[in-house]
Design a protein. Structure first.
Length: 114
């Protein structure tokens, strides 16, 4: 029996090269498996923030009934639309900032008639 180094497998690829490629593939797979949940969690967190902001604003007597939109991207919340008075505008921003996970608030609310 004749032995040659490096040992060749299949189509003439050295065994060490195949091992190196397998390690690279496993490393990429591991990185992918760790990164994907981070992006999925971010989106899930934005959905939770959106729901909580809408709930708090809808339940507040000063802000309730105002027509506005809420947008969330990576924890940054943007409020758009109209409110009845300046107090409601300020309160909407204050309530939004209290929601866990909110990193910033862009208050683009306008007071009716201004």
């Amino acid at each position: 029996m004749r032995s040659s180094w490096p040992r060749r497998i299949g189509a003439g690829w050295p065994e060490s090269k195949i091992k190196h490629m397998a390690i690279r593939a496993l490393s990429l797979l591991l990185i992918f498996a760790l990164v994907v949940p981070v992006f999925a969690q971010s989106n899930h967190n934005d959905d939770r923030i959106y729901d909580e902001v809408r709930r708090r604003l809808a339940n507040d007597p000063d802000v309730k009934g105002a027509g506005f939109d809420v947008a969330v991207k990576d924890g940054a919340v943007t409020l758009n639309g109209n409110v009845h008075d300046e107090k409601a505008k300020e309160k909407a921003e204050k309530l939004t900032k209290k929601v866990k996970g909110v990193t910033s608030v862009v208050n683009q609310l306008k007071v009716f008639g201004t």
